[in-house]
Design a protein around this ligand. Structure first.
Ligand code: NAP
Length: 307
């Protein structure tokens, strides 16, 4: 594949940025990649493992002359980073991000960007529970969706160029409006994470089951919750703080359904339970048919990915 951007700057050098580095290098999509992360410790690791062509000591230095700048920091840090780089961006460049929530990021970043750059928010639906510059791998985005959220009047050529980059990194690309993205992700990712955090928290509180029993007998479901609940606390704190309305709406629905199931169990209403579980089973089948998971019996236990 040929070069899509001459110079790419990645701000934040964690799981997503490091995976982007590997994926861009795999197919030669950028001639030069520069990077910056907040702490000297992370920058040192990035230099040691040769993650980017150049690791800089400031965000402003990293973005200088870049044709594409991607903000790969937690959602709560987007505004400060945009304020720092806004004045030094190359005219005509594209600024994007990979944040898990889109409306808040647009509101946080847009005011700091000059009019002569193209801001194209994005969200790759791929991840693992690991973080940091060593956690990335080139295949992370393969066959996963990246959702672009172009704002009004965005230059179509710039959008198509960014789409090409994500396809080159292995992803399929869709476009969506910001609020709809946040609602969809509240259903498919954010609320399930909260439920996993809660379930693991509950098990932690259950003193009638010893800690060693929880760990020893966790194969039947609980182990998958623990993997999700091991995700980065800063990232997920920011996701819930910034996707508040959609998450609360879905949580409200979840609580109602949970109460209905609780009642069915109490009343011995087997028909209700059977009907419910039949419906959920068919949702699982359609995810497999859409190629977004495999039917392997060990699902979740090999190199697992979630968004
Ligand atoms: P990560 O592995 O924890 O890395 C975050 C990086 O951001 C670190 O290098 C950190 O630097 C840097 N950072 C934090 N604040 C900064 C600041 N003010 N200035 C410069 N760098 C800063 O996180 P990640 O999993 O790659 O997530 C990054 C973004 O991708 C988040 O917005 C998240 O919502 C989104 N996302 C994550 C996933 C996932 O599953 N992990 C999936 C899709 C999208 P230090 O190490 O120096 O602190």
């Amino acid at each position: 594949m040929s070069v899509i951007y001459e110079k790419v700057a990645l701000i934040g050098l964690g799981l997503i940025a490091s995976s982007m580095c590997h994926a861009m290098r795999r197919s030669g999509l950028a001639r030069q990649i520069s990077g910056y992360a907040k702490s000297a410790a992370t920058r040192d690791i990035a230099r040691e493992i040769g993650l980017c062509d150049k690791v800089c000591d400031s965000a402003a230095e990293a973005v200088s002359d870049a044709d594409l700048v991607v903000l790969c920091v937690p959602v709560g840090a987007m505004s400060a980073v945009a304020a720092e780089i806004g004045p030094v961006l190359k005219p005509g460049c594209t600024v994007s991000d990979v944040g898990s929530v889109k409306r808040t990021v647009i509101e946080a970043v847009s005011p700091h960007l000059p009019e002569n750059v193209n801001f194209i928010p994005a969200h790759p639906l791929a991840g693992t529970e690991h973080s940091g510059p060593r956690s990335g791998f080139a295949e992370l985005f393969d066959n996963r969706f990246c959702i672009l959220v172009p704002i009004e009047d965005t230059d179509r050529d710039a959008v198509e160029q960014l789409e090409k980059l994500w396809r080159g990194m292995g992803a399929e690309v869709d476009e969506m409006e910001a609020d709809h993205h946040d609602l969809v992700l509240a259903v498919t990712s954010h609320t399930p994470h909260l439920i996993a955090y809660t379930m693991v928290g509950v098990a932690d509180d259950l003193r009638r089951v010893t800690d060693s029993e929880v760990i020893k007998y966790s194969a039947a479901g609980f182990r998958d919750f623990t993997r999700i609940a091991a995700s980065d606390p800063v990232m997920w704190r920011d996701v819930f703080l910034s996707n508040k309305d959609a998450t609360l709406e879905i949580l409200g629905r979840f609580t109602e359904e949970l109460f209905a199931l609780q009642r069915a169990i109490r009343q011995g209403d087997g028909d209700h339970l059977h009907e419910y579980f039949t419906r959920t089973r068919s949702i699982r089948r359609s995810i497999i048919e859409a190629g977004q998971d495999t039917d392997a019996p060990d699902f979740g236990r090999t190199k697992s990915r979630e968004d």
